[in-house]
Design a binder for this molecule. Sequence first.
Ligand code: SAM
Ligand code: SF4
Length: 327
Amino acid sequence: MSPLADRYGRRFPYLRLSVIPACNFRCTYCLPHGYHADPHAAQPLSLAEIARLLRGFAELGMHKLRITGGEPSVRHDLTEVLRTAAAAPGVTKLAMTTNGSLLSRRLHEWMDAGLNAINVSVDSLDRANFARITGHDRLDDILHGVDMALGAGMASVKLNAVLLRGVNDGELPAWLDYLRERRIGLRFIELMQTGDNLAFFRDRHVRAELLETQLLESGWQLLPRAADAGPAREYRHADYAGRIGIIAPYSKDFCSGCNRLRVTATGDLRLCLFGEFGIPLRPLLQADEQLEDLVRAIGGQIGRKEQGHFLHEGRTGITPHLASTGG
Ligand code: SAM
Ligand code: SF4
């Protein structure tokens, strides 16, 4: 089977799999009132269903896999999920995005299971600000976990910080101090509008370009975009061990570098974070013999992927918040 490609010539070697919609944090831009379980909602995919799903994507050329959520570490069998994912054929990079609340306690267990890349969400280096944004006064322990991951030789350690106007958009000097000696990729992410956060978005959205101007003025250099790179614009500076990436979903051509597909915790394929529909794959994950049907179903849907999102028009699709799809 040849690798997946869509009508616009984009290829999709990268799958982001949500393993649970629940989260223990209350980030102001995502789940400001915390996670509330829907008693009628289906359970997240089982380990056997995940294994079959990944086999299907592997047939279609997937080799980078990110485990996300909700908060993946809220799932009690996360280590088994990671082991299952690492054993999937073709997976060379197994990454996870986490709020880091269990990182210092579980890092070694996760690495032993095969995790080799981690993105930790750290929206502020200021303890009080971090607590205000996430609802949890956990910054010190989370940063300790990040340093442990670096010390343990994790192949890739990245931090995600969502830019919020008037809240954390003045912290570049603190971040530069932090990055001077640490081999970390910091990603500043521009706040995205979702179904639930319109008022917050109007209040707090700030264009990432403003930050990029500051970086260029301080001698940071934009790296040429690698052919297989995702949508982040990467900057480096000779005086710093760390790098800075900018994820600016409202910038022109953002979607032309799209290289990823998503599957929700209950097995719906999402062609775009802000798409209008999900495609239920779960019925095709019930027996090993369904592999061919699964591969055909995924391949048959890829032609429906739009060239770009419609966020500029305020159209957020069926995504109420990113915890629901795995941001
Ligand atoms: N709970 C994990 C975490 O926070 O890292 C994983 C799931 S979270 C939805 C994935 C990433 O999406 C996080 O870095 C988070 O900050 C980011 N995110 C959530 N809502 C967002 C929004 N409205 N705009 C931009 N980024 C957002
Ligand atoms: Fe939870 Fe991540 Fe959303 Fe924060 S961004 S509320 S940690 S899912």
